[in-house]
Design a protein around this ligand. Structure first.
Ligand SMILES: Nc1nc2c([nH]c(=O)n2[C@H]2C[C@H](O)[C@@H](COP(=O)(O)OP(=O)(O)OP(=O)(O)O)O2)c(=O)[nH]1
Length: 142
């Protein structure tokens, strides 16, 4: 679909193993108030002069203190990925940690591993993430 979004966001589905995923690492937002306490894919906004993949690797270093290897993208319906709001769209990649122990280094309330198979659907996600979670589950369970 061809729709242009003003703000490009990138996020990562960080899995314990790309070959045999059992756990996923999520961040819990502290703000804004409407999203406080909700869980999300770690990531953030792409800055000028960066590719989406560069921005995602940078955000994961800044937010969680980890180096990551990105693998396949979870493709959304738009060129810019998945619609989050009228202005924001997010591209999402599967990823694996290559170095470091994840810690909440920025404004997150928490960073936590969740069981992919049993809990992914029961998590208090940012509502805009639901279709991405469905697509992720379809990708993983294939
Ligand atoms: N990182 C991330 N953001 C998401 C997800 N779902 C969702 O609606 N969003 C929204 C929340 C924010 O409005 C926007 C991402 O902004 P952000 O605040 O995480 O990015 P940032 O750290 O680069 O931004 P800034 O506060 O430094 O300006 O996208 C998600 O799964 N992950």
């Amino acid at each position: 679909m061809s729709k242009q979004f003003d703000v490009q966001v990138v996020g990562a589905a960080i899995l314990d193993s790309l070959e045999n995923p059992t756990k996923i690492l999520l961040s819990q937002r502290s703000g804004p108030e409407s999203l406080r306490g909700k869980w999300e894919f770690p990531g953030g906004k792409v800055e000028a002069g960066e590719t989406c993949q560069e921005a995602l690797v940078r955000e994961l270093v800044e937010e969680l203190g980890i180096e990551t290897k990105l693998s396949v993208e979870i493709p959304g319906p738009f060129e810019q990925g998945w619609q989050l709001t009228e202005r924001h769209a997010m591209r999402v990649w599967c990823a694996e940690i290559s170095a470091g122990e994840p810690r909440a280094l920025e404004r997150q309330l928490a960073v936590q591993w969740f069981d992919v198979a049993e809990t992914l659907k029961e998590i208090d996600w940012i509502p805009a993430d639901f279709p991405i979670v469905e697509a992720l589950l379809a990708t993983i369970q294939r």
